[in-house]
Design a protein around this ligand. Structure first.
Ligand code: NCD
Ligand code: ZN
Length: 433
């Protein structure tokens, strides 16, 4: 048994933000109550039971974070990350559940690769789930055997990294997803409109003399897939939303009754296209950082509940890959170890979200998308003892990573919010005091 004593309990399900004690038994939360620690200790003493007490005074105690978008690069690109190091980076960032993307080598379009990822994930101490591919070889031509992959444990489906060009195929995938009751996640950028990936088409790309990737490339696919979701009834996740028009499109689709959720990354709510001028390749990702006005619309979407989920798109790449010229370097940045602090600093302290709302977007809503909300994403009796305990006031300077890669534009930044403990299934999997 474990008592977490005197912490600021934040539960997005009940809206609680209050000092409480938490009793953990057999990997489950047994009770949450103000002043519960003394009677629990006395009862345990009477029964002669072993009990440890974790003093959480001054710390926030919240449901373990859930990231619906990570790239652990395993199998195939383990020089960038592997499932063990990815999971360690996740735990260090306060995450207890992650959904791996399926753009590995080979991709997760087959049962063997799926089972490899899941079995390696079981060795990590956190919950490593994975999506499988929508199309064979991520070629956008032929659907995978989604039913078989779901039966072997695929949490959802995506060709993330590769946009789907064929609307009929997307519709067919949505119909299958409805039948199987699984979510589909979409990377929304029409390649026919893109000159160069990863840099917004606009003032900065003009200054750099490159073509860039326009917001229109994202907007047209978001519009298509929102409408297909409306017509099919599928539950879809618009991945890493970056343009203001896409935020408005998702808002409209929701009003019309489509089952659309949208995720935003910490970098898209923190930075804009000008970061490319200072951070170079470390500010290159797909879709790109866009204008200050797009960022303002993302913040509005977060405040007004249009954007439900914060997901990192943790995309490790080697130092060599990130040192190539801007138009040739790989797109993507790591994110697991800075996500909570960027949320605390740029959303909560900046006054856009309450702490409860931040945790809703980093635990409860991701749990709902993946049907995990029976026991995950909230903090109360009966929930899994997957917890993050962090100091919301303390600050740290981003420097070293548990990840194998260090492609982050936030190196050198001082951020608020320090993860002190990550607890998964009642066990401490990360500690930093
Ligand atoms: C991701 C990657 O590196 O796998 N890159 C990126 O720029 N976001 C792919 C993706 O999430 O689309
Ligand atoms: Zn993507």
């Amino acid at each position: 048994m474990l008592i977490i004593k005197g912490g600021r309990v934040i539960d997005p399900k009940s809206g609680t933000d209050a000092v409480m004690d938490v009793l953990v038994k057999d990997g489950t939360i047994a009770e949450v109550s103000a002043g519960g620690a003394e009677p629990w200790l006395a009862e345990a003493g009477n029964r002669g039971e072993e009990i440890s007490v974790l003093d959480a005074s001054g710390l926030a105690v919240a449901p373990g974070l859930i990231d619906v978008h990570v790239h652990f690069r395993d199998p195939g690109f383990t020089y960038k990350e592997d499932i063990q190091t990815g999971a360690r980076a996740a735990a260090a960032g306060g995450f207890t559940t992650v959904i791996c993307m399926a753009n590995t080598k080979p991709p997760v379009d087959n049962v063997e690769t799926l089972e490899y990822v899941l079995s390696e994930g079981k060795k990590t101490g956190i919950h490593v789930l994975t999506a499988a591919n929508i199309t064979v070889g991520m070629k956008g031509e032929q659907l995978t055997d989604m039913e078989l992959l779901k039966a072997h444990g695929a949490a959802g489906f995506t060709d993330d990294g590769m946009p789907l060009k064929n609307a009929a195929l997307v519709k067919q995938a949505m119909e299958e997803a409805v039948r199987l009751n699984v979510p589909l996640s979409f990377h929304e950028e029409d390649p026919s409109l893109i000159a160069n990936n990863g840099i917004n088409q606009g003032a900065v790309s003009a200054q750099l003399g490159i073509g860039g990737s326009p917001a229109a490339a994202e907007d047209v696919l978001v519009a298509r897939d929102c409408m297909l979701a409306l017509h099919t009834g599928a539950v879809i996740d618009i991945q890493h939303i970056s343009s203001g028009n896409s935020v408005r499109m998702v808002e409209l689709a929701k009003q019309m009754g489509a089952h659309v959720m949208a995720e935003v990354t910490p970098h898209h709510f923190t930075l804009d296209e000008t970061a490319v001028l200072t951070h170079g390749s470390l500010a290159k990702m797909n879709p790109p950082l866009r204008t200050a006005a797009d960022r303002q619309e993302i913040l509005r979407g977060l405040r007004e509940g249009v954007i439900d989920i914060i997901a990192t798109d943790h995309a490790p790449h080697s130092a060599e890959e990130k040192s190539r010229p801007l138009t040739q370097t790989h797109s993507g940045i790591i994110g697991l170890e800075t996500a909570l602090s960027l949320g605390v600093t740029h959303l909560v302290r900046a006054g856009h979200l309450s702490m409860v709302q931040l945790l809703e977007k980093m635990s409860l809503n991701p749990a709902i998308l993946y049907h995990l909300e029976g026991t995950k994403g909230w903090l109360g009796a009966g929930a899994d003892a997957d917890l993050v305990i962090f100091d919301p006031e303390a600050s740290w300077t981003v420097e070293h990573f548990q990840s194998k890669s260090s492609n982050s534009p936030f190196i050198g930044e001082t951020l608020h919010g320090v993860v002190r403990y990550t607890i998964c299934g009642g066990k401490i999997v990360w500690e930093n005091r």
